[in-house]
Design a protein around this ligand. Structure first.
Ligand SMILES: NC(=O)c1ccc[n+]([C@@H]2O[C@H](COP(=O)([O-])OP(=O)(O)OC[C@H]3O[C@@H](n4cnc5c(N)ncnc54)[C@H](OP(=O)(O)O)[C@@H]3O)[C@@H](O)[C@H]2O)c1
Length: 320
């Protein structure tokens, strides 16, 4: 088959012939489309644990199995504890070969019918980002209607799912971004307000405008994280699902404990989270926001767009 292969770190992956070994305990899915996640970039940059080469990249995908269109849960072997994944937890696209190819083998329990209201490309964009956002909001932060939520870096794939899920649940949604245009787009989709996080003292402005935030969902961390502690309401929750900007520096324990705030980590989601996410998406007819569509062989153009942070929503790859 043809697939996008990473042969070593810091070299662009290439679209070429690859021999995918048959796996007896798994079913073979013929893939139609896939979608990028920031994880693919981290793997290419060698910044991911347990990298092996060569590997077919990709965690998100839609394909056909026995004539039906299916999407694949990329989070596998979660285990029996809903609170945390088992040590055998793995994500498609490393260590197992992923979705950026003509075919994939996966266990049948991880395939689910494509939501009927979605196009193939929208469905390809849903699995990893939708799952991560769902767990962060519902299983971890336990969001409630009418609460105020800040979703940082709204251009991101997971962030946009978080915004859509929060809006469908009836929360008041605030967003942050490095781009005023992305903020405007988020407001046009239903966010109440937004702030550019590259501005100095942006948190003070947002505090005035929002009157304080109950839940913050963030994938950046880094030096601006302390601003979240100033913004969060007493009893609030901050969920971290990524660390794009690196370690948190000088975290104030005093603010954290005085406000009785909760800091929550969140990773992907369990099989239960995935099924509930699909139910939610079907119930509210949520459609993933797509930034762009590329032919699979244009992978490196698509990756460059993601690296530059130019996207608003998911970048999708179409198979030949
Ligand atoms: N734990 C998990 O299971 C899990 C799952 C999925 C993703 N992640 C991690 O979460 C991060 C995002 O993933 P993704 O696939 O959604 O990536 P993505 O689509 O590439 O989005 C990244 C976004 O990060 C935002 N950002 C950059 N610097 C920021 C800052 N200082 N403050 C706030 N936001 C900032 C940017 O938003 P603007 O363009 O709006 O500025 C950018 O659009 C990655 O680090 C990824 O590895 C973790």
């Amino acid at each position: 088959m043809k697939a996008i292969i990473l042969k070593q770190a810091y070299t662009p992956p290439s679209y070429e012939e690859f021999v995918l070994k048959k796996e007896e305990n798994k079913v073979k899915i013929k893939l139609i489309a896939s979608a990028l996640n920031h994880r693919d970039l981290w793997i290419i940059k060698g910044q991911y644990a347990g990298i092996k080469y060569p590997i077919v990249l990709g965690s998100d995908g839609i394909g056909t199995y026995r004539g039906e269109k299916v999407i694949i849960n990329p989070g596998q072997n979660w285990g029996f504890n809903e609170n945390v994944q088992s040590k055998n937890f793995k994500i498609l696209g490393l260590p197992d070969n992923g979705t950026f190819g003509d075919f994939i083998y996966t266990e049948s329990k991880y395939i689910h019918p494509k939501p009927e209201h979605l196009t193939d490309f929208e469905a390809a964009a849903l699995p990893l980002g939708g799952l991560t956002a769902y767990r962060a909001l519902f299983s971890r932060a336990k969001i409630q209607k009418k609460e105020k939520i800040l979703i940082s870096g709204i251009g991101g794939g997971v962030a946009l799912f978080a915004m859509q899920f929060a809006l469908a649940t009836g929360l008041e949604v605030y967003v942050s971004s490095s781009s005023n245009k992305k903020i405007e787009k988020a407001i046009s989709l239903g966010a109440k307000d937004g702030i550019n996080y590259t501005r100095e003292n942006w948190h003070k402005d947002l505090l005035n405008r929002s009157g304080g935030i109950d839940i913050i969902v963030d994938s950046a961390a880094g030096t601006t994280f302390n601003n979240y502690l100033k913004l969060i309401n007493p009893g609030g929750r901050i969920v971290i699902y990524g660390g794009t900007q690196g370690n948190i520096q000088n975290l104030s324990p005093q603010i954290l404990f005085w406000k009785q705030a909760t800091l929550l980590g969140s990773t992907m989601g369990s099989e239960k989270d995935f099924i509930e996410m699909l139910r939610f998406v079907n119930k509210y007819k949520i459609k993933p926001i797509l930034d762009s569509l590329y032919n699979i062989e244009d992978i490196n153009i698509a990756l460059k767009k993601m690296e530059e942070g130019k996207q608003f929503g998911k970048i999708v790859l179409k198979n030949n």
